[in-house]
Write a protein that binds this ligand. Structure first.
Ligand code: MN
Length: 733
C-alpha cells in the first residue's frame, strides 16, 4: 500500500466512526451490525471509483449517511440504504444482491433511489416538473427514498465546486426548483436552508458573495448586541429558576435575497432587525406556562410591539412549528424579534420530522412514517394535474403564510393566506366542498371568492344540488380544493358527453346517417374541434344544436353526391367558417375575478392573440387595452399604474362558463326576492356571483350577476323570470 492509500483508509475509517458517533437516534447492537455490513459492501463495491474531486468515492455515501443519521435523524435502515445508495447504479452489484444481503425494505429504498437518479436531466422546466411529480409519487412507497435523495443532493451541492461549470448552474437551479421545496414540505428546514444557500452561490454568485460579505461585516456587532440583551435578562430568568440559553437567529442568505427581491429593498432594510432565540428546558406539562412566564419577564424589561405577537404554541403551524414570537424595543432603541421556544420545540423546528415523531410517539425508531405519509397524501391527490401547474401550486401552498379561522362550532382551522370559503369547505370535507352553495363569514353572506382573514368564523351553506364550478378554480388556492374540483369537473364533463353522445346517435339516425368513426371524425373537423369528447360535450350542453347538425348533414350529403359524380373540377369546396361553426380554441376574452365580458381593444405594441397570457390596462381615453403578460411595457405598467390593471384571460366560450348580467324590475311584494333567488338556485349550471335589489315606493329594481355555461341558459332563465308575478321587465346587459 502506498502512503496515499494508507492515509485514505485512515480517513475512511475516521468518517465511518463519526457516522456511528453522531446519530440522532440511538443505535442497538443489531443496528450497528447492519450498518457495518452496508459500509463494508459499499467500500468494496466502490473501491475502484473516485469522485471528481479525486477523493475515494466511498466518502460520498458515508457523507450522505452522516446527513441522514444526524441532520435528518433517521435510523439504521435508512443509514444502511444511504451507504448503499449509489451501489446499484455505479457498480456491478445488482438489486437482487442487495435484497439477498439486506432484505426487501433496503432493496426497495435503493431501487427507488436508483430510479430517481435515472430521471432525465433535461433542462426544460416541464421535464423537471414531471420528475418532481414522479419523486412525490415515490414518496407513496417510502418517504425515506426522498429523504435520502435530499441528503444525497445536499452533499452534491457541498462538493459542487468540482463539477464542470456548465453543470453547476443546471444542478443548482434544479436544486432550487425541486429539492429545496421538497425539503421544506417534508419538514427538514435546516437542510432546505443549506440547499438554498448552496444553490444561490452558483445561480447568482455576485449576489451571494455580496450578501455573505455584508453579513460577516456586522457579525461582531450582532454578537455584542445579543450578549447585551441576554445579560439584561439573565438574573431575572435565573431567579425564576428557568434554565435557558440564547442564540442569535441565523437568517439564510437565500431568505435575505428573497426578501430583498420581493419587497424591492436594500440589504440594510431587510437586515435591520435583530433576532434572538430564548431556548428553555421544561417538562412537557410546564412548557406553555414557562413560555408565557418568559414572555412576561422579557416584556417587563423591553417594551413589546402588540401588533407583532405570534402565539404558535396555542395554535401550531400546520408544519408542526411551535414557538412564541414577540418583537420588542431592545437595547439602543432597536427592534428585536424574540423567539421563545422549549428545547423540544427547538428540536422540531430544526430537525423537523424525525424530532416530531421522537417526541410524539416516544419511540426511537422510524415508526410514525405512516402518519407522516398521510399528511403528504393531500399533495399527491393532485397527481393528475399538469406537472408545471402542479409544481406552481405546490410551491404556492408551501410558502404561503397561514391564517386561522373558526368553524361555527368554534374549532380552529389553519389555512394558507388568501384562502376562500371554498378552500375552507374542502378542508372540512370533500363532500362539504362539493355541495357548497354559499358562505357566511361572521354572520354575513359573502361571495365565494371572498378572502378569509384570521379570526373569521366561517359557515358553509350547502345544497344537495350544488356542484363544483369551473370558475372556482380561479380563486381557490389550496391544492386539495383544486384537485377535487378538477376531478369533479372531469366527471361531470364525461357525464354530459355521454348524454351528448346518445343524443347525437338519435339525431344521426333521424338524418339517415350511420353512427360510425368516419362521420364522427367528419363532425369533429367540421366544427373545428379536437376530439370526439369535445363534440359530444358540446352537443350535451347545447352549444351545438339541431340546426347546426342539420346544416352539417346537408353539406355532407352534397359532398357525398359530388364525390360519386367524380367531376375533377367539382372538388369538395373548402369549408367556409360560418356562423354555425364552433372552435375549441380560446375565442373570448373575459376580465376580472368574475370573468366579465367587457369592451376592449388589443394593444398594437405587443399584438396579443387568442390564447396568449394577457392582462387589461384601463386607459384614460380608449377604455381597456389588452397587453400580453410578457409585453415589454408590462413591467412599467404594473409598477406605475398597478391600480389600473385588470386581470384578463381567454376562455373557450363554446365550453361555457361566463358571467352574464340580468337586470329586472317590477312591482315589489313580499317573498319576491326569495322566489327569484330560488328560481335561479334551482336552475342547473348557474351560479349567482352577485345580487342586488333596490326597492322604492312599491317598485323594485334588481341586478344579478350569474355564472352560466352557455348563453342559452341565460335566455332560458330570463324566460322563467319574466313569468314570475310582479316582474315586468327582465333584460340581459
Ligand atoms: Mn449519490
Amino acid at each position: 500500500m502506498t502512503t496515499k492509500e494508507i492515509n485514505e483508509n485512515a480517513l475512511i475509517a475516521q468518517e465511518y466512526k463519526n457516522l456511528l458517533r453522531n446519530t440522532y437516534l440511538s443505535l442497538s447492537a443489531a443496528d450497528v451490525k447492519l450498518i457495518r455490513l452496508a459500509f463494508e459492501t459499499a467500500v468494496d463495491a466502490h473501491k475502484e471509483q473516485r469522485r471528481k474531486s479525486g477523493e475515494p468515492y466511498i466518502l460520498h455515501p458515508i457523507a450522505v449517511a452522516q446527513i441522514v443519521a444526524d441532520q435528518i435523524g433517521l435510523g439504521a435502515t435508512s443509514i444502511a440504504a444511504a451507504l448503499l445508495h449509489d451501489v446499484v447504479e455505479d457498480t456491478s452489484l445488482t438489486l437482487d444482491d442487495i435484497e439477498i444481503m439486506f432484505g426487501e425494505t433496503i432493496a426497495k429504498i435503493v431501487d427507488g433511489l436508483t430510479k430517481i437518479s435515472k430521471l432525465s436531466k433535461d433542462k426544460r422546466i416541464s421535464v423537471q416538473a414531471e420528475n418532481f411529480k414522479k419523486m412525490l409519487l415515490t414518496m407513496n412507497d417510502d418517504v425515506r427514498v426522498i429523504l435520502i435523495k435530499i441528503a444525497d443532493r445536499l452533499h452534491n451541492m457541498m462538493t459542487l465546486e468540482f463539477m464542470p461549470e456548465e453543470k453547476q448552474v443546471r444542478i443548482a437551479s434544479e436544486t432550487l426548483y425541486i429539492y429545496a421545496p421538497l425539503a421544506h414540505r417534508i419538514g427538514v428546514y435546516n437542510i432546505k436552508t443549506q440547499l438554498e444557500d448552496f444553490a444561490l452561490k452558483y445561480t447568482e454568485p455576485e449576489v451571494f458573495l455580496d450578501i455573505e460579505e455584508k453579513i460577516k461585516g456586522n457579525k461582531e456587532e450582532r454578537e455584542d448586541y445579543i450578549e447585551n440583551f441576554t445579560n439584561q435578562l439573565q438574573s431575572h430568568l435565573t431567579k425564576e429558576r428557568i434554565k435557558f440559553r440564547t442564540e442569535g437567529r441565523f437568517k439564510s442568505i437565500f431568505s435575505i435575497r428573497r426578501k430583498m427581491q420581493l419587497k424591492n429593498r436594500k440589504f440594510e432594510e431587510v437586515f435591520d432587525r435583530f433576532a434572538v432565540r430564548i431556548i428553555y428546558s421544561s417538562t412537557p406539562k410546564q412548557e406553555k406556562f414557562l413560555a408565557w412566564k418568559i414572555y412576561s419577564i422579557v416584556t417587563d424589561h423591553f417594551q413589546p410591539n402588540p401588533m407583532r405577537l405570534r402565539d404558535w404554541i396555542s395554535s401550531p403551524k400546520s408544519t408542526g412549528y411551535e414557538a412564541l414570537h414577540i418583537t420588542v424595543v431592545g437595547p439602543g432603541g432597536k427592534w428585536v424579534e424574540v423567539q421563545i421556544r422549549s428545547e423540544r420545540m427547538h428540536e422540531i423546528a430544526e430537525k423537523g420530522y424525525a424530532a416530531h415523531f421522537k417526541y410524539k410517539h416516544g419511540k426511537q425508531d422510524e415508526g410514525g412514517m405512516e402518519l407522516w405519509l398521510n399528511r403528504l397524501r393531500e399533495v399527491l391527490e393532485s397527481q393528475d394535474a399538469d406537472a408545471v401547474d402542479f409544481v406552481k401550486e405546490f410551491k404556492l401552498n408551501l410558502y404561503a403564510s397561514e391564517i386561522f379561522v373558526f368553524t361555527p362550532k368554534g374549532d380552529l382551522k389553519s389555512l394558507p393566506k388568501g384562502a376562500t370559503p371554498v378552500d375552507f369547505a374542502f378542508s372540512i370535507h370533500s363532500e362539504v366542498g362539493g355541495k357548497t352553495r354559499g358562505a357566511r363569514v361572521n354572520g354575513k353572506i359573502v361571495p365565494l371568492n371572498y378572502e378569509l382573514t384570521s379570526g373569521d368564523q366561517v359557515e358553509i351553506i350547502t345544497s344537495e344540488t350544488a356542484k363544483p364550478n369551473a370558475n372556482w378554480l380561479d380563486f381557490v388556492i389550496t391544492s386539495r380544493a383544486r384537485s377535487i374540483i378538477r376531478t369533479s369537473l372531469r366527471t361531470e364533463e364525461q357525464e354530459i358527453a355521454n348524454e351528448g353522445k346518445e343524443l347525437l346517435r338519435r339525431k344521426l339516425r333521424q338524418m339517415k346517417f350511420k353512427f360510425n368513426d368516419r362521420i364522427i371524425n367528419a363532425l369533429v373537423s367540421y366544427f373545428k374541434l379536437k376530439t370526439s369528447l369535445d363534440l359530444y360535450y358540446r352537443i350535451g350542453i347545447g352549444t351545438i344544436d339541431n340546426k347546426m347538425l342539420k346544416k352539417f348533414a346537408s353539406e355532407e350529403n352534397n359532398r357525398f353526391y359530388q364525390f360519386f359524380r367524380r367531376r375533377p373540377s367539382d372538388k369538395p369546396k373548402q369549408k367556409e367558417i360560418g356562423d354555425s361553426q364552433i372552435s375549441s380554441f380560446y375565442d373570448m376574452l373575459v376580465f376580472g375575478k368574475n370573468q366579465e365580458t367587457l369592451d376592449y381593444t388589443l394593444s398594437p405594441c405587443c399584438n396579443p392573440i387568442a390564447g396568449d397570457e394577457v392582462f387589461g390596462f384601463v386607459s384614460i381615453n380608449d377604455g381597456i387595452k389588452v397587453h400580453k403578460s410578457e409585453c415589454p411595457n408590462a413591467i412599467s405598467l404594473h409598477s406605475n399604474y398597478g391600480y389600473r390593471i385588470v386581470s384578463a384571460k381567454w376562455i373557450d366560450s363554446s365550453k361555457g362558463f361566463f358571467t352574464g348580467n340580468i337586470r329586472l324590475s317590477g312591482i315589489d311584494r313580499i317573498g319576491l326576492v326569495n322566489e327569484v333567488t330560488n328560481l335561479i338556485s334551482n336552475a342547473h349550471n348557474v351560479d349567482i356571483s352577485q345580487i342586488h335589489f333596490d326597492t322604492e315606493n312599491g317598485t323594485f329594481t334588481g341586478e344579478i350577476k350569474l355564472h352560466v355555461r352557455h348563453a342559452s341558459t341565460l335566455y332560458m332563465l330570463i324566460n322563467k323570470l319574466e313569468k314570475v308575478t310582479g316582474i315586468d321587465k327582465v333584460v340581459r346587459d
